[in-house]
Design a binder for this molecule. Structure first.
Ligand code: CTP
Length: 402
């Protein structure tokens, strides 16, 4: 999500400096190029070597160090980066920024850069509430500096209160939202199901399907990117959990049913991209089923239709279903939309080249109960997911700046 973005992480001297390592790691995971500048006090809390190893770049501490990459380094770095995030930001650096002081490497870069600046304050609650700090923060906000947090909670000094640095994941997400320009779904909760369920036959075998989970994972990523708090109920896949998303791993249709129904009441949006087994073996053999040389008949019993049940139970939730079809795509999809009472149905001919299970791309149509239909050309599953996210935002009545 931050590919090709060059981000300077400024680390100042507070106990939360140890969390800067996680901030750097989160940004790297999002493919950002990360540079780090530390104040002298910050190096008392965490070593430059740690941040150098995590960022894969030299760390800047002193204005008068030997140059590492550029000639006038603080100016070159100031011009080179796309954004600066100070995490943690002490009361001292906020005061220096407000006054325009430049007496070390980091504060000099902050004065020289025209890149957007984010600060994640971290300090004792009394220092945070001191009028000087509050005035400085107000002034910085007025100048367009974005303040992330702070959070409330247990503090290193042993008290409870405001002043804890926001979690590294939240800090990274603020940057993602800034660069992707969409926080349409901020404050909303979204649930996505993904992958193909597995229905055990015996300790070594199961009935499964060819779903890779790619489409559902891309949708979770796009919803998270748009600011929704996103939960992913996933059948087994080989895919990494999208950044910032909470994953709940399940195996069978019944497990998926239970996980989804538990989360459903507090959700604003549910997208059912999973390929759920319609049947499961009546019995799961305790021991491995032995071959006998003759034919074997399995008795299967129906699984619950999770989406149809949600369609019955829904109150204010927006419900999105999928239709994976191999024939009569539109007729079957229209039927599923009505039968399952969904607000949007993604119709998907899984036999088309470039579409369906395991393919990195997809070719889908969005169907709406009012008869509208949007046909999308072949595109990556993440692009499909971003289109779907935009439609979800519209259905929720959110301005999508089109
Ligand atoms: N679905 C579900 N629970 C099931 C079966 C399907 O929640 N037991 C959901 C899927 O996640 C998808 C939609 O229902 O969003 C349609 O799934 P699909 O497999 O296309 O259709 P089915 O309803 O299973 O019908 P059929 O297999 O007869 O095509």
């Amino acid at each position: 999500m931050l590919t090709e973005k060059k981000i300077l992480v400024g680390v100042t001297g507070g106990i939360a400096a140890y969390k800067a390592a996680e901030v750097v790691r989160c940004l790297r995971k999002l493919n950002a190029q990360v540079h780090v500048a530390m104040t002298k006090s910050a190096t008392e809390f965490i070593t430059p070597l740690t941040l150098q190893s995590l960022s894969s770049n030299p760390v800047y501490c002193d204005l008068f160090d030997e140059p590492k990459l550029w000639n006038v380094e603080h100016i070159a770095l100031a011009e080179h980066v796309d954004a600066v995030i100070i995490a943690p930001a002490t009361a001292n650096i906020l005061a220096k920024m407000a006054m325009g002081l430049a007496d070390d490497f980091l504060s000099t870069v902050l004065l020289a850069t025209r890149a957007p600046i984010f600060v994640a304050p971290a300090m004792n609650h009394a220092m945070y509430h001191h009028p000087a700090t509050q005035v400085n923060l107000a002034l910085l906000k007025e100048r367009g500096i974005q303040v992330i947090g702070p959070d409330t909670g247990f503090q290193a000094c042993g008290t409870n209160g405001d002043g804890r640095m926001s979690e590294p994941v939240e800090i990274a997400e603020s940057l993602v939202r800034f660069f992707t320009g969409s926080d349409w779904l901020k404050g909303k909760k979204a649930l996505v199901t993904a992958g193909g369920t597995q229905e055990p036959l015996d300790p070594v075998r199961y009935l499964g399907n060819r779903s890779s989970g790619l489409m559902g994972y891309a949708i979770a990523e796009a919803l998270q990117e748009a600011g929704a708090e996103t939960f992913l109920v996933s059948a087994p896949t080989d895919l990494p959990t999208p950044y910032g998303v909470t994953r709940i791993s399940v195996r069978t249709a019944l497990e998926m049913h239970d996980a989804v129904l538990r989360l459903f009441p507090e959700m604003n949006v549910v997208v059912k991209a999973a390929a759920v087994a319609d049947y499961r073996p009546l019995v799961e053999a305790v021991q491995k089923i032995k071959k006998t040389g003759t034919s074997l008949t399995l008795e299967l019993v129906p699984n619950p239709d999770i989406l149809a049940e949600l369609g019955q139970k829904k109150t204010s939730q927006l419900l999105i279903g999928f239709a994976a079809e191999t024939e009569n795509l539109m007729a079957n999809a229209q039927h599923k939309m009505k039968q399952k009472n969904v607000n949007l149905l993604v119709a998907n001919d899984i036999t088309k080249p470039g579409a369906g299970f395991g393919s990195p791309t997809n070719i889908v149509s969005f169907l709406f109960p009012d008869g509208r239909k949007i046909d999308l050309p072949q595109m990556s599953k993440l692009e499909v997911a971003r289109h779907l996210t935009r439609e979800i935002a519209k259905l929720l009545g959110v301005e999508t700046k089109e």
